[in-house]
Design a binder for this molecule. Structure first.
Ligand code: PLP
Length: 405
């Protein structure tokens, strides 16, 4: 097969724009006439510094990130951020209560709307366990709202959230990759994230892994931290972007000395990453290089407005086709609430004995690849990340229209 024969709907790692990969292939062998490949150059070289600082500047431009936020490039994936967000924010909390000799473990609020926010909450429970029987826990993880009873096929409504006024943070996942659930961009929707209900001063943390740079981030300035593994919309796996407001860059060693905070591995500390401009240790050079090329490419194509427009259109085309098929009885939509349906990960089932398998086999023959649903949900999942074209989605829609089990 050639790339042009294939429409890649992978959930992650995901397709990248072909012109970017062609450029990256050249840079891998001989970066800008240095006679050395990009992975063979020091991360302290002027060439690599231009790449990483250029990527930061372009990301700031693309998402209009205010100056009082740092943009960090880290290793360890979004999974590492399940721990880092909690540890850094608790260290911040401890520093805020510096003079407090009777510091007590605070509540931390998780909004659980799918597999990934559930995992973040589980990690918080694990990290917060008392270090020995009878000792204080690090904090008290709570669930501020959850849609587990609907098997994550809906989003909570504003009155279903109960945030603790004294929470050390509120954590949520903007797009649940496995369940196909995403907070709507339209802030007047009953499913919209209730930014205005979060108690004033409580830091808000968002996992944006699978919707990052697919459209603008609503209320970016209300967030303390936004984190995103890049392997969906931005680049190859290996680098995670963290956007953190500068007041949350805390010396965790100082916080630990006050008591009530465990040692935080140095790699997890946001301040050390920020102080060293993400070059504290060897960064994932290739993943940053390709992400930098993708950012240049996306800005040249019209930036975030263009991405929003294209991604909106792709989602519209596919959902309209699927809803028509559902009305005809050949498809069952997994996400029951229209406003909660993800633009990025579209999940459904073909109706009938063996229909999903037959659908996938037929799709494969037509070049529509990596459509199998996640093992925990089953059925079909089409991921429509930035590098998936409107034409690919139209082709898939025609296939769905013509498919009979
Ligand atoms: N959060 C979300 C929303 C994800 O989609 C994923 C992975 O797909 C993760 C977290 C975990 O990311 P990683 O595999 O980079 O640790």
């Amino acid at each position: 097969f050639s790339r042009s024969d294939v429409h890649n709907f992978a959930a992650g790692p995901s397709p990248l724009p072909t012109p970017v990969l062609e450029e990256a292939a050249k840079g891998l062998l001989n970066y800008k006439g240095t006679g050395m490949g990009i992975c063979e150059l020091s991360h302290r070289s002027k060439e690599f510094e231009a790449i990483i600082f250029g990527a930061e500047a372009n990301l700031r431009k693309l998402l209009s990130i205010p100056d009082n936020y740092s943009v960090l490039f880290a290793q360890g994936g979004a999974t590492t951020q399940f721990s880092s967000t909690l540890l850094n924010i608790l260290a911040y909390r401890r520093m805020q209560h510096k003079a407090d000799t009777s510091y007590t473990p605070p509540p931390v609020d998780y909004v659980v709307t799918g597999t990934w926010s559930a995992k973040a909450h589980q990690e918080a429970q694990r990290l917060c366990m008392p270090p020995q029987p009878g000792a204080e826990p690090l904090a008290h993880p709570r669930i501020a709202a959850t849609t587990k009873p609907t098997k994550y096929t809906t989003l909570p409504k504003a009155d279903e959230y109960s945030f603790s006024p004294d929470a050390a943070m509120v954590y949520y996942c903007e797009n649940e990759t496995i369940n196909g659930i995403e907070y709507p961009l339209d802030q007047s929707s009953p499913c919209a994230f209730p930014y205005d209900k979060i108690p004033e001063g409580v830091p808000l943390v968002g996992d944006y892994s699978s919707s990052f740079i697919s459209r603008p981030i609503p209320h970016l300035e209300r967030h303390a931290v936004i984190h995103a593994g890049v392997q969906k919309n931005l680049g190859p796996a290996g680098v995670t972007v963290i956007i953190v407001r500068n007041d949350y860059l805390v010396d965790t060693t100082e916080a630990m000395k006050l008591g009530g905070i465990p040692p935080v591995p140095i790699q997890n500390e946001y301040k050390i990453l920020a102080d060293n401009q993400s070059l504290y240790n060897t960064p994932p050079v290739f993943a940053i290089y390709v992400s930098a090329l993708v950012l240049e490419y996306l800005l040249a194509k019209g930036g975030i407005e263009n991405l929003e427009k294209t991604n909106r259109e792709k989602a519209r085309v596919l959902y309209e086709t699927l809803e028509k098929a559902e009305a005809a009885g050949t498809v069952r939509m997994v996400v029951r609430e229209k406003d909660a349906r993800s633009w990025m990960n579209v999940v459904w089932e073909q109706v009938g004995e063996g229909a999903n398998e037959k659908f996938l086999k037929g799709a494969d023959g037509k070049g529509f690849r990596q459509l199998k649903g996640h093992r925990s949900v089953g059925g079909i999942r089409a991921s429509l990340y930035n590098a998936v074209t409107v034409e690919s989605v139209q082709g898939l829609s025609e296939y769905i229209d013509g498919f009979s089990a």
